[in-house]
Ligand binder design. Structure first.
Ligand code: HEC
Ligand code: HEC
Length: 304
């Protein structure tokens, strides 16, 4: 309810809930009072199937009692629990607090499991089958929607298995990436490069760096324009992990491959975000995940 900007819906729900309960009570009361006219034999005069007659017996007392109890219970429930608009109930119970309590309890139960791994070097954790089973599950639940269930990524979402890193591939850097998130910002560069023809030339120069198919005449003309890019991508396009600027020589493309894709990124720029997991995952979970991710591109080095 707190998501609404005015109190209107809160009042609306309160009125509808109380009016419904009142209507039930009223129905009970009215039907108990009014008696349908009956004949001397207590039948209403309705006859079906030739000889089936409707009698007018009062509701059994136990049944009325249950009805009254239901109403009393309903009112009591509404005092104790949330139900009347934004009123939170006397017990202070909410789905959110229950969920938070469950998560805290689960975290406490798992603490000893994680404590073992926290004391180990990430390279060793990557060689622990138990830790990697946990890492895989954490990855599938929290990371696979973006990076893919095999962690190979897709357009815009980096492949985490290829040992090609935007922000650094040491266990420490990976943990930093997961904890704090990352924002890669490639600004629109067309104005700095010059005319659309200049943009096309520098795009061909970029393609030439990885030996991709390109127009070598244009690549030659574009080379000098690349100084505007080298501030981030490094001299010769080797990349710069401090800026998250990708290596342009390795023929691994995060945002698409070929002249059109590169021209588009020079013209429009690109902002790409890895969401921070601090607060969503515990430090211990992040430690296991960092080891898991590191292990995927360092299979041989992961200590058995
Ligand atoms: C909402 C989508 C999304 C989710 C969820 C997500 N990531 Fe990412 N992740 C990204 C994007 C986008 C990038 C690239 C950021 C950039 O371009 O600088 C990235 C980058 C990374 C990197 C850095 C790769 C490099 O080359 O340096 C790592 C490591 C990583 N993610 C791990 C994870 C892990 C582990 C999880 C699960 C806890 C996760 N990510 C969840 C979108 C996501
Ligand atoms: C301010 C720093 C900065 C400058 C200047 C810059 N880039 Fe980038 N560039 C980035 C970053 C950061 C990314 C990665 C964006 C992301 O995280 O997805 C990127 C991504 C790219 C990509 C996509 C690579 C891929 O793997 O798909 C290309 C191509 C590219 N830049 C070319 C250029 C060219 C050409 C220039 C010069 C005209 C240039 N960049 C100037 C920071 C920069």
């Amino acid at each position: 309810m707190s998501d609404f900007i005015s109190d209107f819906w809160s009042h609306y729900v309160t009125v509808v809930v109380l009016a419904s309960i009142l209507a039930c009570a009223l129905l009970l009361w009215v039907t108990a009072r009014t008696r349908a006219p009956t004949g001397s034999d207590n039948t209403t005069g309705h006859v079906w199937d030739e000889d089936l007659r409707e009698m007018n017996n009062p509701l059994p007392r136990w049944w009325v009692g249950m009805f009254v109890l239901t109403i009393v219970f309903g009112l009591g429930y509404l005092v104790a629990y949330p139900g009347l608009g934004s009123y939170g109930g006397e017990l202070g119970w909410s789905t959110r607090s229950e969920y938070a309590g469950d998560v805290a309890a689960a975290d406490r139960a798992l603490e000893p499991v994680y404590a073992k791994y926290a004391a180990m070097a990430p390279e060793q954790v990557a060689g622990e089958p138990g830790a990697m089973a946990i890492g895989e599950r954490l990855f599938l639940n929290n990371c696979a929607q973006c990076h893919g269930s095999d962690a190979r990524g897709s357009k815009g979402f980096p492949n985490l298995t290829d040992n090609d890193w935007l922000h650094g591939g040491t266990p420490d850097k990976i943990r930093e990436t997961i904890t704090q998130g990352r924002t890669g910002v490639m600004p629109p560069m067309a104005a700095a490069v010059g005319t659309p023809d200049d943009v096309k030339n520098v795009a061909n120069y970029v393609l030439s760096l990885s030996g991709s198919p390109h127009d070598s005449l244009r690549a030659g003309l574009g080379k000098s324009k690349f100084t505007a890019c080298a501030a981030c991508h490094g001299i010769g396009g080797v990349g710069n992990q401090a800026m998250g600027a990708p290596n342009l020589r390795d023929n691994i493309w995060l945002h698409g491959y070929g002249q059109e894709a590169i021209i588009a990124i020079i013209n429009n720029g690109k902002t790409n975000q890895m969401p921070p997991q601090q607060g969503r995952l515990t430090e211990a979970q992040i430690q296991v995940l960092a080891s898991y991710v590191w292990g995927m591109s360092n299979k041989a080095a992961a200590a058995p």
